[in-house]
Each structure stands twice: as structure tokens, then as C-alpha cells.
Design a protein around this ligand. Structure first.
Ligand SMILES: [Zn+2]
Length: 337
């Protein structure tokens, strides 16, 4: 039994005057089918797999509100509606006690979220889309970028509607973007910081242009830059973390508060990342996709300062201490040859 609410070509009163009103009308995870000029093809746009990442659903609402007829059929999939509507609104990635929905797209599909993920996968399989886009926000100041498991021409082209950068990653998280649906290109778009007007604009501009276009690759667009081999840099367990402009005494690692200015730029050896207790424990780990810790190749400590040892490109730097402590500090990528 499908757990998705299904709408077809919703009239304005159903779409409502805001994204929140639309979500209330929908009442739960759903699929909104919109007929296009050419019904021989379908594109799928996924929003709100994370309840605190509103740019995609705001773009969906604005686009539906305008009553545009897309070039080809499209299906909007809306995920964690209950998490998004939980007061104060767009505040929960997932509801407390429930798993992250974007980690449920692989067996055994347990519980409510496993069933939602499976219903979404069945719908993807039935509609056989020519492209799948999954719209997200992130927690630090980042330019918009895509994440995909491959970086061929159509995948890069799909990304190019939204940004100029694509991270190729062999993820193994149970995320939607890892699922291959009959060879269709599939890209996660990180539109920018959640709640940032610019991120909402990136999402809407990209969606409008893509849905109006006959091709899923924008004509004449500059090719996106591909980055690969992401290494996940996090605080080692047992090390406490602060984010500040100066070293915090007695704290295992103080991350420099403005380190996110290095996001997506190549930083040279000797760049200060933060500060450590002199004589304290090694503060970070840096795991390759194979699980090897290469932190001592990337960083060094010298007289209480944590520095880069060689040139590297940090991305997705967060300066939210809670997220940095529970998830990771940033990723290091290399420019694909
Ligand atoms: Zn997300």
C-alpha cells in the first residue's frame, strides 16, 4: 500500500498561499503530478526529505502557484511533511525518535520511514523518469552545488541549472541519490543555507528553467567543475569542540570561527584551521571513502595551532558547533582531472 498522498494538476486553492499551507493541505508525504506539453517523458523533483530544508518546497509552491505548464510531465515528491510542519516549522530534519528519511532508501525499509522510502522508489520505477533532482539546503555558507554518484554529461548538465560545482561521491548512506532508476541521471542539489533568501532563489530559478526546457541539459551552459574523492573531517571522539575567534583554554579543539571563508577554495599548506591544547590529544580524523584516516597527512599541530600540511579544498564547512560535533567539520575534496 502506498503511503503517498497523490495529487494531479492541483488547482490554486489546493496549492494555497504559502508552502506551509500547501503542506497542511497535502497532510503527509505526497506526489504531485503535473501534466506537461509532452507527456511521453517525465522528470521527478524531490523536496523535503529533510524537514528543515525548505528551499525546494518553497520553489515547488511558487512554481505550482504560477500555474506553469512544464515542457514534459513532472512529478513533485514531498518527503518529511510531518517534520517540516512540527512547530516552529522547518526546524526538524526528522521528528525526534524517527530516522533520517534520506537514509532509508535501501532495505530493509523498516517502519513508517522505510515504507515512505519504498513508496517513493516504487513511484520512481513506475514513472521511469528521464531525470531525478533532489533539492536540499545545508548548514554553512556554501555556494549551490550538486552531489551525484556519477559525473557524465547529462548528470553535469542537470546540476548546471543550479550551480557550477558537482561533487562525485560513492556514497553508501541509503540516500535517494544513490539509487539508480533505469540509468536516469540523479543529482542532489544543495541550494545553500537553509532559510537564506538566496538559496530559495537558486532553487526556484533552477526549477523554472529546467521545467520550461525541452532538454535536461541547459543550452550553452558552462560545464560544471567536478570534485571527487571526498574525505570526511570530524572531531575525534572524546575531544570537546568550540568555535571561536581565539583559542579557548582547556578545550580540545577550537575551530576558527571564520574558517568557512575557505569553503571551496584551495588553501595552501600552513593555513590555520584552529587551536588545540598544547600537548593534548590529536584532535581530528579524516576518513577516506575506504575508511582510512589520513588526518596526519592533511594537518599538523604546532605550538597549539592546527594547520594544513598541504594544499587542500575544504567544502561544506559548518561553523555550527552542535552540527560540527555531531556530524562532521567539513569535507576535503580534490578537483577531478
Ligand atoms: Zn538535506
Amino acid at each position: 500500500m502506498s503511503r503517498l498522498v497523490v495529487w494531479h494538476d492541483p488547482p490554486p486553492e489546493r496549492v494555497g498561499s504559502s508552502a506551509v499551507e500547501l503542506l497542511r493541505n497535502l497532510g503527509g508525504p505526497g506526489a504531485i503530478f503535473v501534466r506537461g506539453e509532452d507527456s511521453s517523458r517525465t522528470r521527478v523533483l524531490v523536496t523535503l526529505l529533510h524537514g528543515n530544508e525548505p528551499s525546494g518546497v518553497r520553489a515547488m509552491h511558487a512554481w505550482l502557484r504560477r500555474g506553469r505548464v512544464p515542457r514534459v510531465d513532472c512529478v513533485w515528491i514531498v518527503g518529511a511533511v510531518d517534520a517540516a510542519l512540527e512547530p516552529p516549522g522547518f526546524a526538524f530534519r526528522h521528528l525526534p525518535g524517527r530516522p533520517d528519511l534520506n537514509r532509508c532508501f535501501r532495505p530493509p525499509y523498516e517502519g513508517v520511514d522505510g515504507a515512505i522510502a519504498r513508496a517513493i522508489l516504487e513511484l520512481l520505477d513506475r514513472t521511469s523518469p528521464e531525470a531525478i533532482l533532489d533539492l536540499h539546503n545545508n548548514t554553512g555558507h556554501n555556494p549551490p552545488y550538486g552531489i551525484a554518484t556519477r559525473a557524465d554529461g547529462t548528470t553535469r548538465g542537470l546540476c548546471a541549472w543550479f550551480g557550477e560545482r558537482l561533487v562525485k561521491s560513492d556514497l553508501d548512506l541509503g540516500a535517494l541519490v544513490e539509487v539508480s532508476v533505469r540509468g536516469a541521471p540523479s543529482v542532489t542539489i544543495e541550494c545553500g543555507l537553509a532559510g537564506d533568501f538566496e538559496a530559495d532563489r537558486v532553487a526556484l530559478r533552477g526549477v523554472e528553467a529546467l521545467l520550461a526546457s525541452d532538454s535536461i541539459v541547459p543550452e550553452g551552459a558552462r560545464d560544471v567543475a567536478v570534485y571527487d574523492h571526498p574525505v570526511r573531517v570530524s572531531v575525534r571522539s572524546g575531544i570537546d569542540l568550540a568555535i571561536a575567534a581565539v583559542p579557548r583554554s582547556g578545550v580540545g579543539l577550537t575551530l576558527a570561527w571564520n574558517v568557512d571563508r575557505h569553503n571551496w577554495t584551495e588553501v595552501g599548506p600552513g593555513t590555520t584551521i584552529g587551536w588545540v591544547n598544547t600537548g593534548g590529544a590529536w584532535p581530528v580524523e579524516a576518513l577516506t571513502p575506504d575508511g582510512a584516516d589520513i588526518s596526519r597527512d592533511l594537518f599538523e599541530t604546532d605550538d597549539g595551532v592546527l594547520r594544513t600540511r598541504r594544499s587542500l579544498i575544504p567544502i561544506m564547512i559548518t561553523t555550527d558547533a552542535a552540527i560540527a560535533a555531531s556530524d562532521c567539520l567539513f569535507y576535503v575534496v580534490r578537483r577531478s582531472q
